[in-house]
Every structure is written in structure tokens, then in C-alpha cells.
Write a protein that binds this ligand. Structure first.
Ligand SMILES: Nc1ncnc2c1ncn2[C@@H]1O[C@H](COP(=O)(O)O)[C@@H](O)[C@H]1OP(=O)(O)O
Ligand SMILES: [Mg+2]
Ligand SMILES: [Mg+2]
Ligand SMILES: [Mg+2]
Length: 313
């Protein structure tokens, strides 16, 4: 085995982030088990924060900073006071795939880590627990390159199966499942068009965009991470969200995992989403993602002009 300091920075960061996301998932379950979510309303009634969001973010940012001093990390939540659980280096296990050669010699200054400690907060407070994910996305020179999606309540309705799963990937890496580890990758059925969209942030523009795809079925579910998992497990063909509500921490990790698997995630006009340190946080031109094997450009062409014109920088 290679000594730790000879392993390139990116795989070290991804393997630490996997351990940290798993730990954050346990913190989320512990807060819910205690039964006091301490809900705070942020910008509007469907924009909530709980002690689980806050405690998970304290763990993720504290642990990443401890393992990688000086790393630029942008988290959804503001700094909060309270106990900080740090992930031990001993819980970090080596990655199951190799680092793409063009990402093997990075300096830490090129990297921005986007953290959503709990995606799907509205659904979490309503008990729709499998909509919840922990998202850690890694961008290099403004482009997402790697992502970790941890789903702390995967299998929670089936007590005989292992609770929780973590799916992670580096775009362009070779290895198990072409660079995506931890999830069963299934293409959606060749016929039909299942579109996943928001259940808690709908509007007439959001609904017009969904209808323009001529869906055979619409899945109204929570969370950006959760909807991308539906694209990866064959449950949906596209994820369409014509609204400025999603932020960079919602899409950075899901986009990397999806693109590592051969899918695509852009804004609703088909333009790339950028993840530089000083980029605006809001994905003001919406989100459109398609499963591996789908014709992404064809979906973009179907979105009506008035929807595209409604979403501006
Ligand atoms: N209008 C909004 N205000 C705040 N967050 C939003 C909004 N729309 C979307 N989001 C974020 O994007 C995620 C996916 O959106 P949706 O579930 O509506 O499809 C939400 O879970 C939420 O992330 P979070 O739960 O981390 O705050
Ligand atoms: Mg939120
Ligand atoms: Mg989110
Ligand atoms: Mg969140």
C-alpha cells in the first residue's frame, strides 16, 4: 500500500469526505432519535433548518478543516454553536478506484468544497426520511470533479437490511462501476419518461417545465441529492427544476456523481454550472439533470422559451 502522503490530494479528500458524510448521517439520526429538532425558519416557510442540519455541518466543516487545514469550504448553514463531533482519521478507508491523471497533481488552492449537511430538510421535518441526503461536492478550478452522496435513511423501512448508503464518484476515474462506488447503477426503462421534480417548492413555471417533457409519470419528491439518486437507480429519466431555489451546495456533489456515471446536470438552458469560490450561491437558471443514456440536449430543447426567459442570472 502507498504511504498516505504519496496518495494524491483528491483521493485523500474524497476518502475523508466519505467517512465524514457517514458520520454526519449518524449525527442526523441521533438528533431525530432524541426527538427535538429545534426548527428555525430561514428565508420562507419551506426554507427550514434543524439542529440536525447545524450539528451535521459542524461535524463536516470541523473534520474537513482538521484533516485539510486551510481548505476552502462553503457550507449551506451559518456557523452555529454547540457540540462539535469530529471524524477520526482512523475511520477513513482507501478509495476503491484510481485518480484520473489530470487531477493527480492538484494544489489545495484550486479546490472548493461545497457542503449541504442535510439536503431535503422540509421532508426530514415531515418524516419522509429517505428523501434526506448529506452532500459533499469537490470542485477544481470552478468545475465539479467529485461528489459524495450519503443517504442516512436508505432502507429505513426494512429493519433486516443495512441502514444508510453512500454513493461517491470522481468524474473520469476508472474502477468499480466506472468511477461510481456504493450504488447499483441501473438505466431507466427504454420507453416512457419519468420526471422527478420538487414536492415542496413548486410554481407554475416549475410545472410548465415538467409538462413540456411529456412525462408518462411525475415523481414529486424532496431533495436534490435524492432526485439524482433516482436517476442513478433507474427510477427516473430526468430531474427538472425550473426555479432559482437550488444552490451550489445542492448540485455540486450530485452533478459529479451523476456525470461520473455518464449522466448530465446543467441549468435549464443547458449551460454548465460553475463552482468557483466567489460564484453566486443560487442556481438562478434552474437545474435539469438526465440519467445515463438519455439525450440531455433533447430535454433542454423541450423546455419552453417563457420558462427559460423567466430564469435569469
Ligand atoms: N426555494 C427554496 N428555498 C430554499 N431551499 C431550496 C429552495 N428550493 C430548493 N431548495 C433546496 O434544494 C433542495 C431540492 O429542492 P426540492 O426538494 O424542492 O426539489 C431542497 O431540499 C433545498 O435544500 P435543503 O433541504 O438543503 O435546504
Ligand atoms: Mg436548507
Ligand atoms: Mg439542499
Ligand atoms: Mg441543506
Amino acid at each position: 500500500m502507498m504511504a498516505a502522503n504519496t496518495v494524491p490530494l483528491l483521493p485523500r479528500l474524497v476518502s475523508s469526505s466519505v467517512a465524514i458524510a457517514n458520520h454526519a448521517g449518524k449525527i442526523i439520526r441521533d438528533v431525530l432519535n432524541k426527538g427535538d429538532l429545534q426548527i428555525v425558519q430561514k428565508e420562507h416557510v419551506k426554507d427550514l433548518q434543524t439542529e440536525a442540519d447545524r450539528a451535521a455541518q459542524r461535524c463536516i466543516i470541523g473534520s474537513l478543516t482538521k484533516h485539510f487545514p486551510g481548505l476552502i469550504i462553503i457550507g449551506e448553514e451559518e456557523e452555529s454553536s454547540g457540540p462539535v463531533q469530529l471524524t477520526e482519521q482512523s475511520s477513513v478507508v482507501p478509495l476503491k478506484f484510481t485518480c484520473p491523471p489530470h487531477l493527480a497533481k492538484l494544489s489545495q488552492e484550486q479546490i472548493v468544497v461545497w457542503v449541504d449537511p442535510l439536503d431535503g430538510t422540509s421532508e426530514f421535518t415531515e418524516g419522509l426520511l429517505d428523501h434526506v441526503t448529506v452532500l459533499i461536492g469537490i470542485a477544481v478550478d470552478g468545475k465539479t470533479v467529485a461528489g459524495i452522496i450519503h443517504q442516512p435513511y436508505f432502507n429505513y423501512k426494512n429493519k433486516e437490511k443495512e441502514l444508510g448508503r453512500t454513493i461517491y464518484g470522481i468524474i473520469g476515474s476508472a474502477g468499480e462501476n466506472d468511477g461510481v462506488v456504493g450504488g447499483l447503477l441501473v438505466k431507466p426503462p427504454p420507453t416512457g419518461c419519468v420526471v422527478a421534480t420538487t414536492r415542496s417548492h413548486a410554481s407554475s413555471t416549475v410545472n410548465d417545465a415538467v409538462s413540456s417533457c411529456d412525462p408518462t409519470e411525475v415523481l414529486r419528491v424532496g431533495g436534490a441529492g435524492h432526485k439524482v439518486l433516482l436517476l442513478l437507480d433507474g427510477s427516473a429519466h430526468a430531474y427538472v427544476f425550473a426555479s432559482p431555489g437550488c444552490k451550489k451546495w445542492d448540485t455540486c456533489a450530485p452533478q459529479a456523481v451523476l456525470e461520473a456515471a455518464g449522466g448530465a446536470l446543467t441549468d435549464i438552458k443547458g449551460d454548465h454550472i460553475l463552482y468557483h469560490r466567489h460564484v453566486q450561491h443560487r442556481n438562478s437558471e434552474g437545474v435539469l439533470a438526465t440519467a445515463p443514456g438519455q439525450d440531455h440536449a433533447a430535454y433542454i430543447r423541450k423546455i419552453p422559451a417563457h420558462v427559460k426567459e423567466n430564469l435569469v442570472k
